[in-house]
Design a protein around this ligand. Sequence first.
Ligand SMILES: [Zn+2]
Ligand SMILES: [Zn+2]
Length: 281
Amino acid sequence: MKVILTGTGSPIPDANRAGPSTLVQCAGQNILIDCGRGVAMRLVAAGVPAPFLSAILVTHLHSDHITDLNDLVTTRWILSPEATPTVIYGPLGTKKVVDGMMAMLTPDQKYRHDHHADLRSGPGLQVVVHEVQPGDEFKIGDARVIVGRTDHRPVTPTISFRIEAEGKSVVLAGDTVPCSELDDLCRGADIYVQTVLRPDLVELVKQFVPALASRTNDILDYHSSVEDAAKTAARAGVKTLMLTHYVPAMQPGQEADWLALATPHFTGNIVLGSDLTSAEA
Ligand SMILES: [Zn+2]
Ligand SMILES: [Zn+2]
């Protein structure tokens, strides 16, 4: 099982970090979790362009986690020789969002149909959406996926995924504060991927941009801090903690500072870094 951080950024655009996205490779499957800005490019860098994705799992419908869904869907269609619908699993509400996205893509479909006879004779741009809830389980090939509950309120519903294959397991938590349901889903996992925020650095942002202080303050209480993630990892007894979705963006040379916040709370392996950082189990 290999886990690749295909985007370690956040809603704040960054020159070097794609938006939130993680690729899990196991049992011959390429499973993408969330699809922030630039993920189609990072997937190529990871050697898994859009046509090779088995499925896309969405943790929640915040824009930064789904910005490039339309790019993946379209790219898969125009680069695949055969009809291969994009398979999407997401929380309740995903169908409505995807329906809107497909409506947005209607002119593009017409242009490509009009221009390319082989696309015109095919079934067209296709997606298959499965809305899932905490407690659900499903299979992607031989990989088993378990859906968990998270706490990213006031955003609801939000979900996490535990993927098990070949005797290994990874939990993709998405945006959440620590909660008992997350602890349960993470229990004994080989790898736990958590989106994190640094409240101390967010405070600095507030001071530098006072006009946005109120809005910036709002993000503090619905994400895990680095310390929170490390404590969840310790409670659940995971082997490797991967940190991603750095808010604010981790600058080159700051890795040790971020790591130092986690190590007092978790003695296992901790992985963080630039886009395409990976871990194996
Ligand atoms: Zn979010
Ligand atoms: Zn987010």
